[in-house]
Design a protein around this ligand. Structure first.
Ligand SMILES: [Zn+2]
Length: 250
């Protein structure tokens, strides 16, 4: 067996693990952002209820102010009742006062509606306020958990990277460069051959190449995908590679 092949296989296993960990590590920021968004939305709902309650109170104060103004007007008109000269004027003034009292009742109805709304809003504000601290600490705890996992993955990846670099340094430079070049281009530099097929690109190997790969005395590249080929299959003893004489025992 070619001495570099075992190292190359191990190197590829380490590189695949590193890639897996990197993919996992990349997912953490989005997960953390989603947690923060949830909390932001909760806080936003809470603030929104508070603002609506505040607006409701202001509207009620304004409506009560309107009623004050209307009452003053009515009282002024009642005083004027004593100053009118004719029955007609008197009736007209009474009608006006009547209309103003109707208006007051309409505004009072509005105030009542706002008071009912205020009860619901107050419930919402109390409800969200009571859960706010809980939501904050839950988010912080989950975020902390994710950050811990991300750190553990990053540490593990650093360890694997250190090992793969040590391992790569033991390879002859030419082989190492070939491995890195194919890996950069194709994602993986090595392909296992099984049942005569390159398992990376699914192309059938020429029988002679298949035999040479199983002999694994030298490094061969797939003629289709250019990956370095290896086989874990034993070369059948009964069928020696073409062009090579069967070795006699003894
Ligand atoms: Zn291939």
């Amino acid at each position: 067996v070619h001495p570099a092949l075992k190292t190359l296989i191990e190197l590829q296993q380490l590189d695949l693990k590193v890639a897996d960990l990197s993919a996992q590590i990349e997912k953490f920021p989005a997960q953390i952002a989603a947690l923060e968004n949830q909390l932001d939305e909760f806080i936003h709902r809470h603030e929104d209820s508070k603002h609506r309650l505040e607006a409701n109170r202001k509207e009620r104060r304004d409506l009560e102010g309107d009623i004050q103004v209307m009452r003053q007007k009515i009282s002024k008109h009642r005083d004027q009742l004593y100053e009118v000269k004719t029955n007609e004027q008197y009736r007209a003034m009474l009608k006006e006062i009547d209309g103003e009292e109707t208006n007051i009742r309409a505004v009072e109805d509005k105030i009542l509606e706002r008071m009912i709304e205020a009860e619901d809003l107050q419930k919402q504000v109390t409800e969200t306020a009571s859960h706010l601290e809980e939501e904050k600490s839950r988010t912080a705890a989950e975020k902390g958990g994710l950050e811990k996992l991300a750190k553990a993955d990053a540490d593990e990846r650093d360890g694997l990277l250190a090992r793969r670099n040590e391992l790569a340094a033991t390879l002859p430079e030419k082989i190492r460069n070939t491995y890195e070049r194919i890996r950069r281009g194709r994602g993986t530099a090595l392909a296992e051959v099984r049942h005569g097929l390159c398992t990376a690109c699914n192309v059938v190997l020429r029988p002679q190449l298949y035999n040479e790969v199983r002999l694994s005395e030298s490094l061969h590249e797939c003629e289709n995908c250019a990956r370095i080929l290896y086989s874990l299959e034993a070369l059948p003893a009964a069928s020696p590679a073409p062009g090579q004489p069967a070795v006699a025992q003894g």
